[in-house]
Design a protein around this ligand. Sequence first.
Ligand SMILES: [Fe+2]
Ligand SMILES: [Fe+2]
Length: 290
Amino acid sequence: MSAQVPHAAVSPAGPLAELDQWDDFVQGRYREGKSEAEFRVYDAAATPGVAEFYRLNHEGQTVAYVLEKEQQYFGLNKGMKTIWEAAEFLNTLVDTSDPDTDLTQIEHLLQTSEAIRKDNHPRWMVLTGFLHDLGKCLCLYGVPQWGVVGDTFPVGCAWSESIVFPEYFAANPDRMVPEYQSKYGIYDPNSGLENLHMSFGHDGYIAEVMKPYLPVEALYMLRFHSFYPWHRHGAYDHLANEQDRAMLTWVLKFNQYDLYSKGHAKPDLLELKPYYDELFAEFLPEKVAW
Ligand SMILES: [Fe+2]
Ligand SMILES: [Fe+2]
């Protein structure tokens, strides 16, 4: 596949004015000092587009949908790209709402990775910060917003009440499948999070892309960074194993950078590029399969 990317900005189609509106929503939800009740008010009043987005997500993320998308994308048959090519490709997903204050996709990645770097975390974690949202290119492959971002959860077993807007699961066809509605569903007790079929999105996809190259801690950060029901609310522990519990602290450590690095000064890509060239070369081949 050619590395050429279209010059015209591609805006995501769906109820979110821009893909990052979901990230902003999550940040608001977990902002320090906000009570659960306040989140609820924020949910309903401030973000009707986000509520509609979750309605579509909870209706559409079925076992059948997830298996189909895993089949379609986890084979990594969308071509070879360098990390910079992948980042430039993602950057064609332009936010249209306010170009003066909004970050580009690359700026969000760099803010996350630079915040991790400033706190002297291992180099693989800095790299993970840069990579973590590259899977949002699914949007550019034509996957709808609700299949790219959003809190993730396992399909094929009972939905946790800690998933945001749980009432929207009423329209999910899996509701009619008794096996999918039981506590363990299609899984064995404590079978391990890696063995679950998670609702499809950018997290699982980037973890598949990076699986051959990064340490297990990094893969947990990539695969589960939007699995808020687990890492923030403690849900689904009955499906987790000892490795998952050991990795939780890393996922949480990572999550604070994803949520709260936004809004710092815009990173200077040209100045930072040599550092990242070296970082990519340390862990990754020149081109990776997407
Ligand atoms: Fe993300
Ligand atoms: Fe992010």
